[in-house]
Design a protein around this ligand. Sequence first.
Ligand code: ADP
Length: 266
Amino acid sequence: SQIMSRGLPKQKPIEGVKQVIVVASGKGGVGKSTTAVNLALALAANDSSKAVGLLDVDVYGPSIPKMMNLKGNPELSQSNLMRPLLNYGIACMSMGFLVEETAPLVWRGLMVMSAIEKLLRQVDWGQLDYLVVDMPPGTGDVQLSVSQNIPISGAVIVSTPQDIALMDAHKGAEMFRKVHVPVLGLVQNMSVFQCPKCKHKTHIFGADGARRLARTLDLDILGDIPLHLNIREASDTGQPIVFSQPESDESWDLFCVFREHVWRMH
Ligand code: ADP
């Protein structure tokens, strides 16, 4: 059964898009974009008949172009909509395609909102089964406006086990509840580092913090991802781990994040 969004009446679906999954975090740098990219790739790998798109609305720090090894200006369709750029079978759109990489994004609120409006409404996605949206970190105007403007099937919240990140993740979950977006669950990222030489495990950001938060909020833990060199390198070289090392353990950890809720959405 489909997860129905009990959205507000003014929400208008994105043309051609069946399900929207947003990936959010309270704090920056916790692995939200990494999760979004690998979620999109896992959804596509899980069922090759599904068309998947990735929308980066992290307007202040777009990282999808680098992670998906894409750059360039989107072409316009006949009806003046932007055509997404394509890599690894995923249609992508990002603020990073629209402004110079080095341009300072010191924008006033209004300009950010018009950029968001463009990214939400002026993209020619064709037909998509899933659109994964990489949100900006935190619970500001952009997050609220995205949540209120389009029907969202579910939100995935990413956090490290560190207290400060968890506090912000908690706020994120509360925000989605207020705007009636179902929270699919939490992803605990960077939970453990295993020394490749001596195999000793260190919980650099603390252990099980996200699990405790999940219990408090009565949410599922969708996955628990270790801090691993391969994941960082895969992101930085624009060859996401789920695509480049599908057989690796880390890839499997990321994959597991999505099995459950992909299953629930059918
Ligand atoms: P956010 O979107 O929350 O700001 P990113 O996904 O951009 O975070 O991740 C921040 C940095 O940490 C990136 O360089 C990314 O490659 C790296 N990273 C994310 N998750 C992991 C992980 N589990 N192991 C190693 N590096 C990671």
